[in-house]
Design a protein around this ligand. Structure first.
Ligand code: SF4
Length: 261
């Protein structure tokens, strides 16, 4: 009996990832894009027209990572100017840091000054989050679930999702925020004891994504409350989520990609 159990354990091997910061994703993963300039004006205009979510602007040439759905269309049309690196560390405190330009540094800036004082002090050792899918398509929601699975095991750092906002320290919003979910989200957010965090996960949550122009959205909630963390992705990779939260809590530092590899 014991021997057969030992054989099963042995065949499973070690399932959890011991060092989450040491993980390198394959080159096929689409993470932080890099723009090599100068992008000719005509090509920039053409790319901006092709982008299905209006994430590209022609003059100056910019790529908004908060809108991008990582379809790869621009990189296929202009591979000499746009490439996707496998850098999954995309989260930031400031919406403007997601607007990428030619000559940007090889990392997404994370402004520590934007992190409220209470965050490190109160949540540095334990953080409970309530997830609200505000019209989401279940893709980012599944990835957030995956961050707690046996591989990533995010709860080893004292970070968990909880069922009730009364037991939470903050809300993670996914989805483009539909009219039907606007009031429910606000009630949930206000049920979290202050000081509370607001985290937007995924392109849909940050900008509305593919549905940004839809009349079925009501995103006024985001004008009324301060966002603590923007986590781009479509969907968000578990490592992007983990890196974002750990950087917000002061446990990870954002370094250039060249040094991180
Ligand atoms: S990869 Fe992003 S920026 Fe490029 S075309 Fe697709 S959505 Fe637009």
């Amino acid at each position: 009996m014991l021997i057969s159990k030992w054989k099963v354990w042995r065949s499973h091997g070690r399932q959890f990832i011991p060092d989450l910061q040491g993980v390198r994703l394959p080159e096929t993963f689409r993470g932080r894009p890099q723009i090599e300039g100068p992008v000719p004006k005509l090509l920039a205009e053409e790319l901006a027209q092709w982008c299905p979510v209006g994430a590209l602007t022609a003059e100056p040439f910019t790529l908004d990572l908060g809108r991008c759905v990582f379809c790869n269309e621009c990189a296929m049309r202009a591979p000499q100017h746009i490439t996707f690196t496998s850098d999954y560390r995309l989260a930031t405190t400031h919406r403007d840091a997601l607007i990428l330009r030619e000559g940007n540094p090889d990392f997404i800036a994370f402004d520590e000054d934007q992190v409220r004082d209470c965050i490190h002090r109160l949540f540095g050792r334990a953080l409970k989050l309530r997830e609200v899918s505000a019209g989401g398509d279940n893709s980012t929601e599944m990835e957030l679930n995956a961050s707690m699975n046996v591989n990533f095991d995010f709860s080893r750092f004292g970070i968990d999702f909880v069922a009730s906002p009364r037991h939470a320290d903050g809300v993670v919003m996914t989805g483009p925020l539909t009219e039907n979910m606007a009031r429910a989200l606000e009630i949930c957010y206000n049920s979290v004891p202050a000081p509370r965090l607001l985290i937007l996960a995924g392109s849909d949550a940050i900008s509305g994504g593919l549905f940004a122009e839809s009349p079925a959205l009501d995103r006024r909630f985001l004008d009324r409350y301060r966002v603590d963390l923007y986590i781009p992705g479509n969907p968000v990779h578990p490592l992007t989520f983990i890196d974002g939260i750990m950087t917000l809590l002061g446990h990870y530092e954002r370094t250039p990609w060249s040094e991180f590899q």
